[in-house]
Design a protein around this ligand. Structure first.
Ligand SMILES: [Zn+2]
Length: 283
């Protein structure tokens, strides 16, 4: 499942071919993904210039000249593919249409942007740009982890008196937007905080220290994603999935990476999600 760094990588990969370009034609090949597409989506997209691509949490927002914004959510298995880009950023030939190519945007610069999603947990919607933040998916979101509103005071206040495990608190999108299972595990390892510790029972100093750690963990992953774009590893034009080294995530039973620690990485299940951590380094 793509997390914030993967989505940001997709946004950065799409920007050179989409920003400033006109969607000459939009093909919408089915009536819905996770939810029905908005009425007349193909017509409302066709002929529209893309003024800019933004990201809010794990949503990509394409602001159109019409005053509408296209919201793109990759869901569990959604993929964005770019082909035929004339700018030379991606030089992939247009592939033959595939079964799960649900939405295809033919850009006026010759590029083609394809949304492919076999499991159809993804979503697309059109909203008024001016009131985009009030959209049902966006209105519930807390501050962006890389933005100024996510700071020490905010996190200390959000954790105060909270009886839930810190792992759950950090996955709560009202507290911080777009943070998912992988990067919460990584941030808690780096902070030396056990995922089972109650959020309200962590000292203010340790909560405050989590803020720059969360930012660093995400920023490093975004940088790795950026390298994947530059390195051209996505041979089929697919954006956003890249190799990244995790300290604990997915490493159950493997040695802890803290120098001098002889523990192995443990895995427990919290709220149905796996938590990876070191019992010795995190308390
Ligand atoms: Zn350890």
């Amino acid at each position: 499942m793509p997390e914030l760094p993967e989505v940001e990588t997709v946004r950065r990969g799409l920007a050179p071919t989409m920003e400033g370009a006109v969607i000459a034609q939009a093909d919408v090949n089915r009536p819905d993904l996770r939810w029905p597409f908005p009425v007349g989506m193909a017509e409302r997209l066709s002929g529209q210039q893309v003024l800019g691509l933004r990201r809010r949490s794990k949503y990509i927002l394409a602001d159109l000249a019409s005053g509408e914004t296209l919201l793109i959510h990759l869901g569990m298995s959604g993929r964005m593919l770019v082909s035929g880009d004339p700018l030379g950023v991606f030089v992939h030939e247009h592939p033959a249409p595939e079964k799960h190519d649900h939405v295809v945007l033919h850009m006026d610069n010759g590029a083609r942007v394809t949304f492919n999603d076999p499991r159809r947990f993804g979503a697309m919607d059109l909203l008024e740009t001016a009131t985009a933040e009030q959209h049902k998916l966006l209105a519930v979101l807390g501050p962006e982890p890389l933005g100024n509103a996510f700071n020490e005071d905010h996190l200390i206040a959000a954790f105060k008196g909270k009886n839930t495990p810190v792992k759950s608190a950090l996955l709560d999108q009202r507290i911080v937007a777009g943070l998912g299972n992988i990067y919460v595990c990584e941030a808690l390892f780096r902070a030396g905080i056990s995922p089972t510790r109650k959020a309200g029972r962590i000292s203010k100093a340790r909560v405050a220290a989590l803020v720059p750690i969360i930012r660093d963990v995400l920023a490093e992953a975004i940088e790795a994603g950026g390298s994947s774009l530059r390195d051209f590893r996505q041979a089929d034009g697919e954006l956003g999935y890249f190799q990244h080294r995790f300290d604990v995530y997915g490493r159950e039973g493997e040695p802890c990476r803290t120098p001098g620690c002889s523990q192995t990485v443990a895995r427990i299940v919290q709220s149905g999600r796996s938590s990876f951590y070191c019992r010795s380094c995190q308390s």
